[in-house]
Design a binder for this molecule. Structure first.
Ligand code: C2E
Ligand code: CA
Ligand code: CA
Length: 648
């Protein structure tokens, strides 16, 4: 018999026991009272008292029983076995008692005794309907005193009624057995239903799990992130509760995908997930929000400085190399946090503010995590104001250019001028190109703005001597715009400026966003005669990695590498290494940001051949260029350098 069946029998029995024993007690008392005058004390008082004690003990015992689901199958089996045995023993004992009483019974007492036997047997058997071995036994045993009663009465017609009772007993037993069979069917179909229900529940849980899991990394996904945030924000905060939402974005992931392939990219994302989980440990949970963006919910830190430390730990592990079979990739992470409640009280606001903090983290080159503060809001308002003003400025073609010379350090000559955008807004004042170019890129204004600036720069540069070139900063967005190189070429053609005098400064960002397109456009521009300089070299992530894949004409080393007495030895080594490697590859380097004589000396000592910086000249309006060129030419003709800008 299955365990479920045992449990079901047990529970039914537990429910029936009070009725069963109550019927028995009532019948017992009735018979005892009937023989009060005629039977000896032992039979009318002692025997019923013993039965009563046994019955009450059984009632108490069953009342104390816990439901079957809290018991083990062997215990339930034991309990049922004991009950069947007791049913038999009690039936036999009662039979003995009734037969003994029969000795003292006369007339109708005999009939009543038979009646007692019969009703006790029927009520007990029906209450034990779920235990066939018990009720068949009771019916069989009770037949003995009943038959004894009938024969004792001695009347033939009464004896004939035995047949009636036997037939009824048989029908009753059949009913009970049929009832039991139905009961077993109900139990097993309930069992099947329960099993199906469990299977459906398991399937539902699996679907839920899949819907909330990122298939690549196995981390909970954006949906899980939002739903967890929803749950967390519903819980009210106590005074010492500190928890934060973080967004982590990878820097330099796209080139890994482009250069090493998507399998490597996938492996990096999985590794990033693992590293973040290991770093955060029990301080919070990690999610993959999509692409190269991860989310964290941090609960186990004490305060903001703890959180910043955690951000630094996360960034440190992300910066460790990612080893593949034949190569190694590097990247870094930026992280923005929003702390509840100052950073928001709903999932949407928290996430939005963490995103704002991330934006700031990405902008600051320090690599530090940023915690959202309402000051970021001012930033957003300021940005909106700049955007409006920029739209007006572009519409009015009001943005201008300043020009900063690029110097051949060996010959002491100006070889080109870099055009740098300048914008003085009537309301907002001077706004740096760092700020407005970025907004122009985000709003798409960059296309029109660059067209205006390039046209202005070409017209100005056309007036310069033929051996002085123009270096123009090209936004990464435009470098990867299909057909943009054609617009540049047609503008050169229209203005009549030789492509050989034009150099475009591009940054690694363009290569990161769409390597193939950038590479093709660079190739086409170079074929047309335009030269390409890789700007801000050394600040990116893959740097030299790109030089295998694309050809550029110059490297502009970022001004953070400018040497000087205050420069750490390690950085000086890096500068030397960059210059050494690029010279080896036949690519000249321009060192940006030279401000002092000692820096110039060291740069030249390190092997730098081209330079740019305030030491030579600040970016200047076009009207000053002729004078500057004249100064340099004069200085070369008469090498008394003291009167040249910066004393060079
Ligand atoms: P960049 O291309 O790296 O330009 C060099 C920046 O360094 C310029 O800042 C220049 O004024 C500054 N600089 C030059 N020499 C020195 C020096 O000795 N010391 C210091 N501290 N700074 C020096 P600026 O003009 O503010 O331009 C900032 C950035 O804005 C540029 O960085 C470039 O990325 C971007 N930008 C400027 N004009 C344009 C443009 O027309 N188009 C695009 N797409 N970007 C532009
Ligand atoms: Ca530049
Ligand atoms: Ca630069």
């Amino acid at each position: 018999m299955s365990n479920e069946m045992l449990f079901a029998q047990f529970d039914m029995l537990k429910a029936q026991i009070p009725y069963l024993y109550s019927c028995l007690l009532v019948n017992l008392c009735a018979v005892a009272a009937l023989f009060y005058a005629s039977a000896p004390f032992l039979l009318f008082a002692v025997a019923p008292a013993i039965f009563t004690i046994v019955i009450i003990r059984r009632i108490v015992h069953w009342r104390r029983q816990r439901p079957s689901r809290e018991l083990s199958a062997p215990k339930v089996r034991r309990e049922l076995g004991r009950t069947i045995l007791l049913a038999w023993v009690l039936s036999l004992a009662l039979t003995g008692w009734v037969v003994a009483l029969l000795y003292y019974a006369v007339g109708s007492e005999i009939v009543l005794l038979a009646f007692f036997t019969w009703t006790t047997a029927v009520s007990t058997a029906s209450n034990l309907a779920y235990l066939p071995r018990a009720h068949t036994g009771i019916m069989a045993v009770s037949a003995i005193p009943f038959t004894a009663c009938i024969f004792n009465y001695g009347e033939l017609k009464f004896g004939i009624s035995l047949i009636l009772f036997a037939t009824f007993g048989f029908v009753f037993m059949r009913l009970l057995l049929e009832h039991f069979v139905e009961f077993t069917e109900v139990v097993s179909s309930r069992q099947r239903l329960l099993q199906k229900h469990r299977q459906a529940e398991a399937a539902h849980r699996e679907v839920q799990r899949i819907a909330l899991t990122d298939t690549l990394t196995g981390l909970p996904n954006r949906r899980a992130f939002l739903s967890d945030l929803e749950d967390l924000t519903k819980v009210s905060l106590s005074a010492d509760d500190f928890w934060a939402v973080g967004v982590v974005d990878l820097n330099g992931f796209k080139p890994i995908n482009d250069v090493f392939g998507h399998c490597a990219g996938d492996a990096v994302l999985v590794a990033v997930g693992q590293r973040l989980i290991e770093t955060i440990g029990n301080r919070g949970n990690v999610y993959r929000l999509g692409g190269d963006e991860f989310g964290v919910v941090v609960r186990g830190v004490e305060d903001a400085s703890d959180l910043i430390r955690l951000g630094a730990e996360m960034n440190a592990v992300l910066c460790e190399p990612y080893e593949f079979e034949f190569s190694t990739a590097m990247l870094s992470g930026s992280c923005g946090f929003a702390v509840r409640p100052h950073g928001g009280d709903t999932p949407e606001v928290l996430l939005e503010n963490a995103d704002k903090a991330l934006y700031r983290a990405k902008k600051s080159r320090s690599g530090e995590a940023v915690i959202y503060s309402p000051l970021d809001c001012d930033d957003v308002r300021e940005r909106a104001a700049i955007e409006q003003a920029l739209r007006r400025a572009v519409a009015a073609n009001a943005i201008d250019l300043a020009y900063q010379p690029i110097i051949d350090l060996v010959e002491g000559q100006v070889i080109a001028f870099e055009a740098l955008a300048r914008w003085d807004d009537p309301d907002l004042g001077r706004i740096g190109p760092d700020r407005f170019i970025e907004i122009a890129e985000q709003t798409g204004l960059i296309v029109e703005l660059t067209g205006q600036l390039l046209r202005k720069a070409l017209c100005v540069a056309k007036q310069w001597p033929d051996d002085v070139g123009l270096s123009f900063n090209l936004s990464p967005i435009l470098l990867v715009r299909t057909g943009y190189n054609l617009s540049i070429m047609s503008m050169l053609d229209e203005i009549g400026f030789s492509p050989r005098r034009l150099q475009l400064e591009i940054t690694e960002t363009a290569l990161m966003s769409s390597f193939e397109l950038a590479r093709n456009n660079i190739r086409d521009l170079r074929m047309a005669g335009v030269s390409i300089a890789l700007d801000d070299f050394g600040t990116g992530y893959a740097s030299f990695g790109y030089l295998d894949e694309i050809t550029v004409d110059k490297l502009k080393i970022d001004r953070s590498f400018v040497p000087g007495t205050d420069m750490p030895a390690g950085k000086r080594q890096i500068l030397k290494a960059i210059i050494g490697l690029s010279t080896g590859m036949g690519i000249p380097t321009v060192l940006e940001g030279i401000e002092r004589q000692d820096q110039l000396n060291e740069a030249m000592e390190a092997g730098c051949v081209l330079g740019q910086g305030y030491f030579f000249a600040r970016p200047m309006p076009p009207e000053h260029i002729d004078d500057l060129l004249a100064d340099y030419r004069h200085a070369v003709a008469e090498p008394q350098r003291s009167h040249l800008p910066g004393g060079w």
